[in-house]
Design a protein around this ligand. Structure first.
Ligand code: ZN
Ligand code: ZN
Length: 392
């Protein structure tokens, strides 16, 4: 016998009763939750009743990153906003500027702060003073950008929780019908949270955030008097962080926050304060990436030289390196080991495979470039390359 289902199809024909106007830089989940509150419903119930039957599962996913044409269409129809208005609130509208997207990508890329990973649940980040200044409190899109750790207007670190009960901000838990600045658990006001102010010695990090913010707004950065598409800079961010985050071992004497960064790393080893300190660590790393792009190309070259980071290190282990990045590094970092290091055949096989994967030409020069040796001087490399070639 078929299971009886309650018929809810009728109710979904309802248009939203009240449609609060989205703010210029508002995050989709922020606006949706404001609509739900206007309807005196919890987000999941509101979505089920007014938007889509599977509303409860939508509210459990990352709505801001979700790409669901049907959901967008439904929101357009029910709210009378344009599709452009809706998409503008979604983090998907930053695709091509802040991050590049692979097909079927359900989880946000590194440039966007995750809400959930294997071990942790994070709350949505916010600046209490921004919320306090709002007539109607709302959450900004940029609070979810990985580089945006400090509010550049109020100059304080963002936070992701209520500082009365330590509950993390999660819109799907709101049942109070008040507003977004009220904690979902204890109903205390998030606007009164005391966040850490940035200190004078933090200025450099603030400058960094402003630089990234402006580059994203413009869609390009200016490096060495040339305009560089913003996505290329944001895509190399992760690679630079990986190379920079060497804790005590990092040599970067000109970097103004070096000691603060090292002290924090020490603290992270001793105390179990990983979650709380994460924002500070991200702040220092963001400032460091900025540093590498300044005083171009000196900072980057000195960093590579003093930390013995080779051309190969800059490229190693990354599957989707942009051509710009490769060229950029190629022009800055000399290819070392022209004849010295021993090269094994698996390295050459790997390089060929890699080039094929990214649809680039496979020849002795391109393969040598990936392996990190000179194509004609390195005898071992040449021998392996031609052996492999004769086999194929
Ligand atoms: Zn603020
Ligand atoms: Zn609370």
């Amino acid at each position: 016998m078929a299971k009886r289902k309650r018929d809810t199809s009728w109710i979904q024909n309802y248009f939203f009763l009240i449609v609060p106007q989205p703010f210029e830089d508002e995050l989709l989940s922020s606006w949706l939750t404001r609509v739900a509150i206007e309807h005196k419903r919890k987000l999941s119930i509101f979505l089920s009743l007014y938007v889509k039957k599977e509303g409860s599962s939508i509210s459990r996913t990352d709505i801001d990153f979700l790409y669901d044409e049907n959901l967008f269409e439904a929101l357009v129809t029910k709210s009378n906003l344009t599709k452009k208005d809706i998409l503008k609130m979604s983090l998907r509208s930053e695709e091509g500027y802040l991050y590049s997207c692979k097909e079927n990508n359900l989880y946000p890329p590194n440039q966007i702060r995750k809400l959930v990973d294997k071990r942790n649940h994070y709350g949505l980040m916010y600046c209490p003073k921004c919320l306090a200044e709002d007539k109607i409190p709302y959450f900004r899109k940029k609070w979810r950008y990985q580089f945006y750790n400090v509010c550049t207007k109020h100059e304080l670190f963002l936070t992701d929780r209520c500082w009365v009960c330590y509950e993390r901000v999660n819109f799907s838990k709101i049942v109070h019908n008040k507003n977004l600045a009220i904690c979902s658990k204890c109903e205390k006001d998030l606007r009164t949270s005391v966040c850490k102010n940035i200190e004078d010695y933090h200025r450099y990090g603030l400058e960094a955030i402003k630089w990234f913010e402006e580059g994203l707004d413009n869609g390009y950065f200016t490096i060495n008097n040339k305009k560089v598409h913003s996505i290329l800079i944001f895509d190399s961010f992760k690679r630079f962080v990986y190379l920079l985050d060497r804790k005590e071992g990092l040599i970067l004497n000109e970097f103004p926050l070096l000691n603060e960064y090292k002290n924090l790393c020490k603290k992270l080893e001793t105390y179990n304060s990983k979650k709380v300190c994460k924002i500070y660590k991200d702040f220092f790393l963001t400032a460091m990436v900025y540093f590498l792009f300044q005083n171009f190309p000196n900072n980057l070259q000195i960093f590579a030289k003093e930390n013995h980071i080779t051309y190969r290190d800059f490229l190693h282990g990354f599957q989707d390196v942009s051509f710009w990045y490769k060229n950029f590094i190629y022009n800055l970092i000399p290819i070392e080991n022209k004849k010295g290091r021993e090269i094994v055949s698996s390295e050459v096989v790997g390089a060929i495979k890699y080039l094929k994967n990214i649809n680039e030409q496979v020849n002795i020069i391109s393969v040598a470039e990936i392996v990190g040796c000179h194509p004609s001087i390195h005898k071992g490399f040449k021998r392996i390359y031609f052996q492999l070639k004769s086999k194929s």
